[in-house]
Write a protein that binds this ligand. Sequence first.
Ligand code: PLP
Length: 418
Amino acid sequence: MLTMSGDLLTDLSSAEVADLADRFGTPFYLYDADVLSRRIARVRAAFHGLANVYFAVKANPNLELLRAIRDVADGLDISSAGELEQACLAGYDTDAISFAGPAKTSEELRAAVEKRVGAISVESIRELHQIVGHARTLGVKAGITVRVNPNQGVKAFGMKMGGRPIQFGVDEGEIGEIMGLVGENSDTLDFRGIHVYAGSQCFDFTGMADCVNDTLRIALEVEASTGHPCRFINLGGGFGISHGDPEKELDVEALGTALDPVLRRVTDGGRRQVACELGRYLAADAGVYVTRVISEKTSHGKSFFMVDGGLNHHLMAAGTFGTGLRTNYVLRNLTRPDAPSIKCNIAGPSCNLTDLMGVNVDVSAPELGDLIGFGKSGSYGFTASPFLFLGHPTPAELIRRNGKVTLARAPRSITDFN
Ligand SMILES: Cc1ncc(COP(=O)(O)O)c(C=O)c1O
């Protein structure tokens, strides 16, 4: 059961985790849907109800998890026809879906038009023509936003995805041209507004507020210069969390307070809808990855403990997915949390130098068979990992709702993919 700290990793008792390992085997992911729901509610409250909160499916597309938050999330951000199918299976209203990505195929655009995705985020003039073609063929109006690559980059983003030459969105200088085409095809296009996703891992709420203000400026300028109302402004995401430091994250309450006056003015009593689309800020805390110590050795005086899952299931914890500097994830010996701490290395099963889940890390001295948990693993975990590499089974994915744990996705063998 969850105790008072509210942190999934800290609150997992030795008895509970041993029971889960007995029932479902190791390694496994455990997602807590209630933790994810609470994060969504927290962000909504921080924005005083002035911004809708969309969940970025790419962060964790587990079907049961998507189903579990359906009544709490205002919508979804998707990045492929596969994620669209997953969203439909989970029962989402496609009108509350934003579809972004620099390389959407014509088939994917057709599926999005056909399934009436509310905001297909147009990232190039070519895409716009393809959407118009599909909408005409299908005899429907396609809901679109224009994704803009703003002139202004935001220094505060750890990963900058705007304000420079980049494959995402339409350059701010090209908005006039694309909006001209939107106007010419308004019989087949339902222009909803503007989308900016300028980066990820922003820890500084003032930097994030600058980015939001810039997005709102662009939307209002488009509206004023073209006469097309921006009824939907997608502010993107990228609210930062640290995988290594449980305390370090963007101050969402300070951000909401700083933005309150401008959001009140722009939303204008519901005339315009504003949304953010968040992945890691919502889901990271809602997941742990649990492995078992299966071997140990000393090499050149350094202590190594080998566990039964590594970068094949959790590439980001090994530091090689979208991270510049490698940092250890918060990890814990869940079997004997009170044992004296030692410095050691935790290695995964791959024949790859980088398969280290902990480097020179402090952990309660492990023994063979102990369960080691990695916190903040609810986002970009299994979904962002090369799970066929070396042919180990995939991890079980478990979901906890109201304290009860069930199997959300069973392990698969390499031969299931033949
Ligand atoms: C368009 C878009 N929206 C949302 C996200 C989610 O970002 P984050 O998990 O940093 O909040 C991403 C991540 O790459 C993205 O590309």
